[in-house]
Design a protein. Structure first.
Length: 419
């Protein structure tokens, strides 16, 4: 017997129904915010991802050589592909360009619940604006997408990498040391961060002040810690975004968190993450922020920002909250009473389908009671029982599966009873 490759999944019709529901809901929300959908290929040139992150990222990729010896990789995310697309084809489009996408991503991660090697993202990028209102709208969109999908319990954390940089500057440590520290900060391993700072000759008292500032949710305290004129502009800008988010987008449920560093290398400035506290280790549903890739990819510099939502984790979070997904039903199930009524039954089925009514028909020639049982397992709203006697009158029996009520209906009138 063959088995699924590690970290991948099959989806049953019931699971697909939840996924389609979520995708429809998200597509609708993206569109209400003025975003337009795009698609990029499942695989890209390997260099697209190593250009910013270096060769180290290859460890996390499904990369391969094709038959002509080209170095390719399955995409681990969609931001770099979207910016490649933008630089190649969309630079002349009117700004801001608001693009959204759904797509499967591939990462050589260690699989566990909520973390897969093939997973789906819903995401977006906004290109050509860096106003505070653009960033506030972007964060509001991420939050609204998850709220509109039906989730109740969400935690929105907002950070700023320029301010974090100013914090690092106070410690007088090298870029290489910063890199090592951010890996720990990313995982909220603050004790280890403090220890490492001391290994880098930062006094214990200084290290602790730094860690406290990373953990505070009060801007005032971060300002006091940094205390320099240069960063004032950055704070004003940051606070303007937060004010807009709270007062005009009406999203009050957020926290400041300078410890957000984001795993990917292209971010700069504002960053944010949304968690579902009900989930365990893999609770991060969404992440994003402002970033720089356009000039690296050969385009004319322009501001860019975006985020992606983990589609699979959002489903798990909805299930954990016991969200009632809409159930699938079929309008009608047609049951020929005997072999002589099969052809007429097929004709009726085809006619209904042509009228846009979902209709299924018994293809197994099973008896009436088994057919009715089957009709209820597929959630048929009505069954049409096609018997020889009724057919003589050009009629059938229509049965309501909820109430059990039956009535005789002329064939040409069936659709009126179903619509
Ligand atoms: P990311 O934080 O790497 O950001 O991924 C976004 C979301 O994808 C995560 O918050 C998580 O929910 C989900 N995710 C990541 N890895 C896995 C996995 N192995 N299994 C299941 N879900 C996963 C990005 O990818 C950026 N491109 C987001 C962005 C767009 N930034 C700017 N624009």
């Amino acid at each position: 017997m063959f088995q699924l490759p590690r970290g991948t999944r099959d989806f049953t019709p019931e699971e697909m129904q939840k996924r389609i529901y979520l995708e429809d809901s998200m597509r609708n929300t993206f569109q209400t915010f003025g975003y337009r959908e795009i698609q990029t290929p499942m695989f890209e040139n390997l260099e697209l991802f190593t250009a910013k992150s270096g060769e180290g990222i290859i460890e996390e990729l499904y990369s391969f050589k094709d038959k002509s010896g080209r170095d390719l990789t399955l995409r681990p995310e969609l931001t770099a592909p979207v910016i490649r697309f933008y630089v190649e084809q969309l630079q002349m489009e009117p700004k801001p360009l608001k693009l959204f996408y759904f797509g499967n991503c591939f990462r050589y991660d260690r699989p566990q619940k909520g973390r897969y090697r093939e997973f789906r993202q819903a995401g977006c990028e906004i290109i050509g604006t860096d106003t505070p209102e653009a960033y506030a709208e972007l964060i509001a969109l991420a939050y609204t997408l998850l709220k509109n999908s039906g989730l109740k319990d969400l935690k929105l954390n907002i950070g700023n990498l320029n301010i974090l940089s100013a914090m690092f500057k106070k410690l007088k440590i090298t870029k290489e040391q910063q890199k090592q520290l951010t890996t720990l900060i990313d995982k909220s391993q603050y004790n280890e961060t403090s220890q490492l700072l001391q290994d880098f000759d930062v006094k214990q008292e200084e290290a602790e002040k730094f860690i406290q500032t990373l953990q505070t949710t009060e801007i005032k305290k971060i300002k006091e810690y940094i205390n320099d004129e240069q960063t004032k502009k950055e704070f004003d800008f940051f606070e303007k975004i937060l004010q807009l988010l709270k007062e005009t987008f009406n999203i009050k449920n957020y926290q400041i968190k300078m410890g957000i560093v984001r795993g990917l290398d292209y971010y700069k400035g504002i960053v944010f993450e949304i968690d579902a506290p009900s989930l365990g280790a893999e609770k991060q549903l969404a992440g994003g922020g402002a970033y720089e890739l356009v000039s690296l990819f050969g385009g004319k510099e322009t501001p860019t920002a975006g985020f992606a939502i983990g589609f699979d984790r959002t489903i798990i979070a909805l299930e954990t909250e016991k969200y009632k997904f809409p159930t699938e039903s079929i309008k009608t199930y047609i049951i020929p009473v005997n072999e002589n009524t099969i052809e007429k039954s097929l004709e009726i089925t085809t006619k209904l389908r042509n009228q846009g009514i979902s209709a299924d028909i018994d293809l197994l020639r099973r008896g009436m009671s088994k057919s009715l049982k089957y009709a209820s397992t597929i959630n048929a709203e009505k069954t049409i029982i096609v018997g020889p006697k009724e057919l003589e009158q050009n009629s059938v029996t229509l049965r309501d599966m909820k109430t059990g009520k039956q009535e005789t209906v002329k064939i040409e009138d069936i659709h009126k009873f179903l619509e």
